[in-house]
Design a protein around this ligand. Structure first.
Ligand SMILES: *[C@@H]1O[C@H](CO)[C@@H](O)[C@H](O)[C@H]1NC(C)=O
Ligand SMILES: *[C@@H]1O[C@H](CO)[C@@H](O)[C@H](O)[C@H]1NC(C)=O
Ligand SMILES: *[C@@H]1O[C@H](CO)[C@@H](O)[C@H](O)[C@H]1NC(C)=O
Length: 187
């Protein structure tokens, strides 16, 4: 995927010219159909399964989890996450928010996740606004595309898509750093 943009920045294309923080204002109806704004978001998600301080917790698993899996993930497992979101791949880089929700292993060979996560921004004028990313995450593919299905605050009526890449993966612990690039239309 071509990416002419600086790799470790978090920014909103066009958005700064158009934005008015509106998360507490009442919507006006009808919503003008030509009012869509565009945002291009980039951030890293730190999915830490290992202890101490795991941010992804396995809450359910196949009681007979002996099934072979190329990925180490077992069909039927469910993880609940409260992962930090940062500007760069370093976990100590600028914090931008949290990715909260869950993913489940939804293919029998362990290669596909069903990913349903609210990305909550806690930064500047975006503080408190969120987008919902829901879809299929075939983790063995280099780039996955997931739907952005909605949002709150600045991202009301969001729709779009997100490209997700595994930036780093620790095969011993299962800890992962994900790079997400989202293209969103919103009100
Ligand atoms: C885990 O969290 C505690 C409390 O926030 C902190 O003191 C400790 O340094 C953390 N440990 C690691 C390995 O991050
Ligand atoms: C567990 O899986 C094995 C291998 O597929 C199977 O032989 C066994 O019957 C299963 N046990 C249960 C309790 O489902
Ligand atoms: C975000 O909003 C919360 C609640 O309104 C506030 O406590 C927090 O300090 C804000 N954080 C930033 C970085 O502005």
């Amino acid at each position: 995927m071509a990416n002419p943009l600086p790799p470790f920045t978090f920014f909103f294309l066009l958005f700064l010219l158009l934005a008015t923080p509106s998360s507490t204002s009442s919507p006006t109806f009808p919503i003008p159909i030509n009012s869509d704004r565009q945002s291009h978001l980039q951030f890293y998600i730190h999915d830490k399964i290992s202890n101490p301080n795991a941010t992804a917790i396995k809450v359910a698993a196949d009681p007979n989890g002996s099934r072979a899996s190329a990925t180490g993930l077992h069909f039927g497992s469910i993880y609940v996450i409260d992962d930090p979101l940062t500007e760069g791949p370093d976990p100590n880089s600028k914090p931008l928010g949290r990715a909260r929700g869950l993913y489940s292993v939804s293919s029998s060979d362990g290669s596909d996740l069903y990913f349903t996560v609210n990305v909550i921004f806690m930064y500047g004028i975006y503080n408190g606004s969120s987008v919902a990313i829901v879809g299929r995450d075939p983790i063995i593919e280099k780039v996955r595309e997931l739907p952005v299905v909605g949002g709150t605050g600045i991202f009301r009526l969001a729709r779009g898509f997100a490209f997700m890449k595994t930036h780093a993966f620790d095969t011993t612990t299962g800890d992962a750093v994900l790079f997400v690039e989202a293209y969103i239309l919103h009100h």
